[in-house]
Design a protein around this ligand. Structure first.
Ligand SMILES: Cc1cc2nc3c(=O)[nH]c(=O)nc-3n(C[C@H](O)[C@H](O)[C@H](O)COP(=O)(O)OP(=O)(O)OC[C@H]3O[C@@H](n4cnc5c(N)ncnc54)[C@H](O)[C@@H]3O)c2cc1C
Length: 274
């Protein structure tokens, strides 16, 4: 399909990007373009102005913080998948990045774009929720953070830029599992887990209306053991309407698949603790 017309601008810094976004209706942040450009081509997305942030140094970098890792929004999924600090301290986040699409998508697609791409289940938000991460944003009024679980529902306000993902350190007790759609590689269902001193954190996407944390399952599995039978029983006890049918898949099937993937992830995370 032919792209609709839009203007394009390359701001010199984040402040100019924010001014442009708040000053033009229908303006959109352009990062790796791996969701936005296909969306503009098919007409699923619209834009009057693309604000290209790909060169902004202030959105780059992976740094250790006092209690975890700060992942700049422009970190590519390929960088995230292989970064030694992320592999060591947030393995579910690295695995979610690695599970994304194909090498081209991972080389161009960014962490910020994967978090902000609305309308389709993507891999990084579910790992961010399990990790108890926060999304850092910048807007005309300053900077603020939003829990990843809340951001998965609200998305980024129109005039805001995701600047970073703030991930608490887990050690190795975390894992991500996914069943991918064979054609698109997007998740049919994906789960991410973290085992913390307070009990497991378990999040799911694809099988539910949006990425979310399963507090009921966590409660039933507190203290373990994470046998497949125990995990599947904990998932079966969830309200049936929590799981929604996908393309050619029933809600019942997806609920079961989410349980199977969560069991695998919990067992792997638990082994890493031993
Ligand atoms: C063939 C193919 C296969 C794919 N497979 C998968 C898959 O398996 N799993 C998966 O999760 N995804 C998949 N994707 C989607 C892709 O990985 C993500 O959409 C990509 O990571 C988005 O990042 P981006 O930098 O390209 O964002 P863009 O396409 O540039 O932007 C995406 C959206 O996010 C907004 N945005 C981007 N960056 C920011 C920011 N810093 N602040 C505020 N808003 C921002 C844009 O305005 C736009 O709305 C696939 C895509 C393709 C083309």
């Amino acid at each position: 399909m032919i792209l609709a017309e839009f203007d394009y601008v390359r701001p010199v810094g984040l402040e100019e990007a924010l001014t442009l976004l708040s000053g033009t209706r229908g303006s959109r942040v352009l990062a790796g373009g791996q969701s936005l450009l296909p969306g503009l081509r098919t007409g699923e997305d619209t834009a009057r102005l693309l604000v290209d942030v790909r060169h902004l140094e202030e959105l780059r970098g992976i740094d250790r913080t006092a209690d975890g890792i700060r992942i700049g929004a422009l970190t590519t999924l390929a960088e995230l998948a292989d970064h030694p600090v992320v592999l060591a301290e947030a393995p579910e986040v690295a695995a979610a990045a690695r599970a994304n699409g194909d090498p081209q998508v991972r080389n161009l697609g960014t962490a910020g774009g994967n978090l902000a791409a609305a309308g389709r289940a993507t891999d990084l938000p579910v790992a961010a929720i399990a990790a108890d991460a926060e999304v850092e944003l910048a807007g005309p009024g300053g900077r603020w953070t939003v829990p990843a679980e809340e951001f998965a529902v609200s998305g980024a306000p129109a005039a805001a830029v995701v600047t970073a993902l703030l991930v608490p350190a887990a050690g190795r007790a975390a894992a991500f599992e996914k069943t991918a759609d064979r054609a698109t590689r997007y998740p049919v269902c994906a789960t991410a887990v973290r085992i913390t001193p307070g009990g497991p954190r378990i999040a799911v996407t694809g099988a539910t209306a949006h990425p979310l944390r399963l507090r009921g399952v966590e409660e039933r599995l507190r203290g373990g053991p994470y046998t497949t039978e125990a995990v599947l029983a904990a998932f079966r006890a969830e309200p049936r309407e929590l799981f929604v049918p996908g393309r050619g898949t029933s809600a019942e099937y997806l609920g079961h698949l989410a349980g199977v993937l969560a069991a695998r992830a919990l067992q792997r995370a638990d082994q890493a603790l031993a």
